[in-house]
Write a protein that binds this ligand. Sequence first.
Ligand code: KG4
Ligand code: ZN
Length: 359
Amino acid sequence: MKEKKDIYILAIESSCDDTSAAVMKNDIVLSNIVANQEIHQKYGGVVPELASRAHQQNIVPVVQQALKQANIDKSKLDAIAFTRGPGLMGSLLVGTSFATSMAQALDIPLIDVNHMQAHILAHFINKNQEPRAESKEILANGSDKATNKPIFPFICLTISGGHTQIVKVSSYFNFEVLGETLDDAVGEAFDKSAKILGLQYPGGPLIDKFAKKGNPNAYPFPKPRTKNKLDFSFSGFKTAVLRFIQNNMKENPKFIEENLPDICASIQNGIVSILIDKLKTTVKETGINQIAIAGGVSANSEIRKRLTENRYGWKTFIPPFEYTTDNAAMIGIVGYLKFKNGFVNDNQKLATSRLKVSD
Ligand code: KG4
Ligand code: ZN
């Protein structure tokens, strides 16, 4: 029997403030290098112009490192996958131009990847061949096996700094948005609340950290209502946090300092409860009880805990930490799936800042 040829793909992600390159051998990650841009911390958010400049500085060493760690010569690559959008235009252009020139120089196909689809399809990365600490931890927690992948159709809650969506995924290439945020993304709700508390950007991981020692029921926050039951609205939540802090600081200027763990645990509990409630409604309305989470906020320990405890009778899929925040391995898995199915970028689709998950 003829042996099946392995497919090697270099993937590049540069949609926001992380420059990342990965090498895939089929659905297995050989390397996944991420260069974070610390420059944005002092501005309390991503500064687009600084991000694209940092991508320009990072892209060559990051790609070199990815090839080196994978122990692959570029002549072995079958295709190059890149993030087409959505994202910051200047940032996307750095990755897109680099991928285009490299593909031309090597005379191999280019594959355009939708960043939002990539967050979701990261669940199809083959974790089995490369057991990592994180996947073992999920196994130990019980609800999911690292070898398990969702079966179509499933629901994915995509929660990041730029997006909050409930998506019905019917195949690798068929996505339907059932609900989304009408204003701020859930990551922004974390980051903006953290900013009110005087914490550094991005504040999501810091709220998570301080929340570990706090009482989640110390201060209740309201759950915003939306017309479509599956949509989200977080701007009201952020305003409620601001008012709560301002009122308490008037009475006690040391309120934040003295109560930080309780405040963080309550904010985290408020946000995660909103997410879980929406998932409950989605399961009720669709009858689908396979739930995956994706995006940077799925690194949050409280949402991971509630989903792994499996209180709701759902089959849950939680990505390993390294595939939750922006990374090129998730672009690589989509590149592999598209390449295998003949979807290469023949018509030279270029960077675009706006792209729906269904595009
Ligand atoms: O997916 P991502 O890396 O970038 C975007 O495409 O937006 O998500 C970044 C977001 C930030 O808002 C960050 O605060 C949040 O994910 N985040 C967290 C945690 N880790 C990252 N939010 C809450 N808890 C965490 N542990
Ligand atoms: Zn992202």
